[in-house]
Design a protein around this ligand. Structure first.
Ligand code: FE
Length: 214
C-alpha cells in the first residue's frame, strides 16, 4: 500500500507547491518550534507528550485504516449500509475512533464521483487518512476544487466521463467527508487484505480512483 508522501510532485504537478508556499511552510515550522519551546519551558506541555502525539499522528492514524474500511465495505454489504448511514458508529465497531466531529462517507457510483475539500482550512478525517497532504491545505486546491473540479481531477490523472456527476463536499470541523471509491473490476476473488492493498489515500479523498489490479 502506498504511504503518505506529503508532496505534490507525486502526481506530477508542481503548481501546488509554489516557492511562496514553501516559504510559508518554513516560517510555520519556525513558529511552531518557538511555540513548542515556550510551552515546554513554561510547563504547559512536556516533550514526551508532544512525541506521543506525533507518534499517534504518524503511526496510529493513517490511510491504512481508511483502506481497511473501504475493503470491508466492498466485501460486506451490511457493513457498507451501516457505514453510509452512520459512519461514526460503523467505525467505532472497527475500533477506529478519536476523530473530532462526525465522519460522513459518500459513495462513488457509476453516476456520481465524489471529491472532498476543506475550503476554509484543512479539515480531514485524521484517524482514517492520517495527516492531510500539503496540496490539500493549499489555497489553489481549496479554491479550484470548487470552481473547476473536473480540471483539478484531470491534473491528478482522473478523467471523469461527462455523463458522470462530480459532487464536491466541503469538510468542516463538524463533518469530515470520506469517499468510498468504486471497487474495480477483476477483484471479485480478492480477500479484504488484498483489496485494502489496492486502495490509496487519494482514492479516499476523491482525487484518485482505485485502478483495476494489473
Ligand atoms: Fe478545515
Amino acid at each position: 500500500m502506498s504511504h503518505d508522501h506529503d508532496d505534490a510532485s507525486e502526481h506530477g504537478h508542481s503548481h501546488y507547491d509554489s516557492p511562496a508556499s514553501r516559504r510559508a511552510r518554513s516560517s510555520f515550522e519556525v513558529r511552531s518550534m518557538a511555540l513548542e519551546a515556550a510551552l515546554v519551558e513554561n510547563g504547559v506541555l512536556t516533550t514526551d507528550a508532544i512525541d506521543a502525539f506525533v507518534d499517534i499522528m504518524e503511526h496510529r492514524f493513517g490511510p491504512h485504516h481508511g483502506a481497511r474500511v473501504v475493503a470491508k465495505a466492498w466485501s460486506d454489504p451490511e457493513f457498507k449500509q451501516r457505514l453510509l448511514a452512520d459512519a461514526n458508529a460503523a467505525l467505532t465497531d472497527l475500533g477506529i475512533g478519536g476523530t473530532e466531529g462526525n465522519v460522513r462517507v459518500v459513495e462513488n457510483t457509476d453516476d456520481t464521483h465524489n471529491m472532498v475539500v476543506c475550503t476554509l482550512c484543512s479539515c480531514y478525517p485524521w484517524p482514517l487518512l492520517g495527516l492531510p497532504p500539503t496540496w490539500y491545505k493549499d489555497y489553489a486546491y481549496r479554491s479550484r476544487a470548487v470552481l473547476e473540479p473536473r480540471g483539478v481531477l484531470k491534473e491528478f490523472g482522473v478523467e471523469i466521463d461527462p455523463d458522470v456527476r462530480v459532487a464536491v463536499w466541503d469538510s468542516s470541523a463538524e463533518v469530515r467527508y470520506f469517499v468510498l471509491p468504486q471497487r474495480p473490476s477483476g477483484t471479485e476473488h480478492m480477500s479484504e487484505d488484498e483489496l485494502a492493498a489496492l486502495v490509496d489515500r487519494n482514492s479516499m479523498i476523491g482525487t484518485g480512483v482505485v485502478p483495476a489490479p494489473a
